[in-house]
Design a protein around this ligand. Structure first.
Ligand code: PLP
Length: 325
């Protein structure tokens, strides 16, 4: 029997194992590498889970693949849609393309052409609707109700959460001695999936969520005990922007249950994280992914821990990198 504290009748550990089996042909099993430089700086044993090495440059391919591969033949024929132009949008377009399923990405007229072109190159149909993200989202759900197209949500969906949770399986396999995992946190699909798996394996594994200082929606929602809205700001961790949805069904309650600590990281520390990865590992990662490294560099009392930082993605543009250098 699973401990009462970890029971959730709508979600089962087995769903994460099924996800792993399902997504194997599309998603890479990424390396967990020991970081000698970050370990000697911090006194901990630091390991990096390199999701920046996925073909789409971010972990979001796991959730998207699990969701799309679990659709019926009829649903696949009708196609999928998303209103994300970031890593999730790229993942949905990529997976659909691999499986020969039509994909539509609904965007507002404010989305820059660079992003639009990348989605088109992946074979997605791009529909420009309205002035802002809300219009694009509303149109996406209209496609769902009118034509039976499946909207693949970025985080608040059990198949997506289970897909992200497969990272937990790989971490435990490679480092059963893990004490602590640090996970960038936005809508919470990633943290919910990984933490669900790790806490069921051993509730003593410490889970820290990290977010940028401003517009930290999940962090503030946890503090207030209800889903809140915050205005978006400019941040290096742009992939962590966005709300958690006022009708959040899964991730908010799962994060509440499984997170040990939610921490804020300054823009300066995020920048230090990006630069440290370039300097020590010759790896270019995006701000959202660097939040964990930035957090790590600020810590005083993590010596002797086996600590895993999930490096979530590499979707950063050249101007941002040049600005930092
Ligand atoms: C989406 C994303 C996150 C956050 O994932 P959530 O499931 O929304 O919490 C972190 N890093 C990167 C690079 C992302 O694309």
């Amino acid at each position: 029997m699973v401990q009462a504290a970890y029971r959730n009748e709508f979600f089962l550990l087995r769903d994460i194992w099924k996800a792993r089996k399902r997504i194997g042909s599309i998603v890479k099993r990424t390396p967990l590498t020991f970081s000698q430089p970050l370990s000697s700086i911090t006194g901990a044993s630091v390991y990096l889970k390199l999701e920046n090495m996925q073909d789409t440059g971010a972990f979001k391919i796991r959730g998207a693949a699990n969701k799309i591969l679990s659709l019926s033949k009829e649903q696949r024929e009708k196609g999928v849609a998303t209103f994300s132009t970031g890593n999730h949008g790229i993942a949905v377009a990529y997976v659909a393309n691999q499986l020969n399923i039509p994909a539509t990405v609904c965007i507002s007229n404010r989305v820059p052409t660079g992003k639009v072109n990348r989605l088109k190159q992946l074979g997605a149909k791009v529909e420009v609707v309205g002035e802002n993200q809300d219009d694009a989202e509303a149109y996406c759900y209209e496609l769902e109700s009118k034509y039976g197209i499946t909207v693949v949500k970025p985080f608040d969906d059990l198949d997506v959460i289970a897909g992200q949770g497969t990272i937990g399986i790989e971490i435990i396999h490679d480092l059963p001695e893990i004490d602590h995992v640090v996970i960038p946190l936005s809508g919470g699909g990633l943290l919910a999936g990984i933490a669900y798996f790790l806490k069921h394996t051993d509730p003593a594994i410490h889970v820290t969520g990290v977010t940028m200082e401003h517009a930290a929606v999940m962090h503030e929602s946890l503090k207030q005990g209800k889903a809140v809205n915050l205005p978006e700001v400019n941040t290096l961790a742009d992939s962590l922007l966005g709300g958690i949805g006022k009708d959040n069904r899964h991730t908010f309650s799962m994060i509440k249950q499984y997170i040990d600590k939610s921490e804020l990281v300054s823009e300066d520390s995020i920048a230090q994280g990006i630069l440290a990865m370039m300097d020590h590992h010759k790896m270019v990662i995006e701000g959202a992914a660097a939040a964990g490294v930035g957090w790590l560099l600020q810590q005083q009392d993590i010596a002797d821990q086996n600590i895993v930082i999930v490096i979530t993605g590499n979707n950063i543009d050249q101007e941002t990198i040049e600005g930092l250098l």
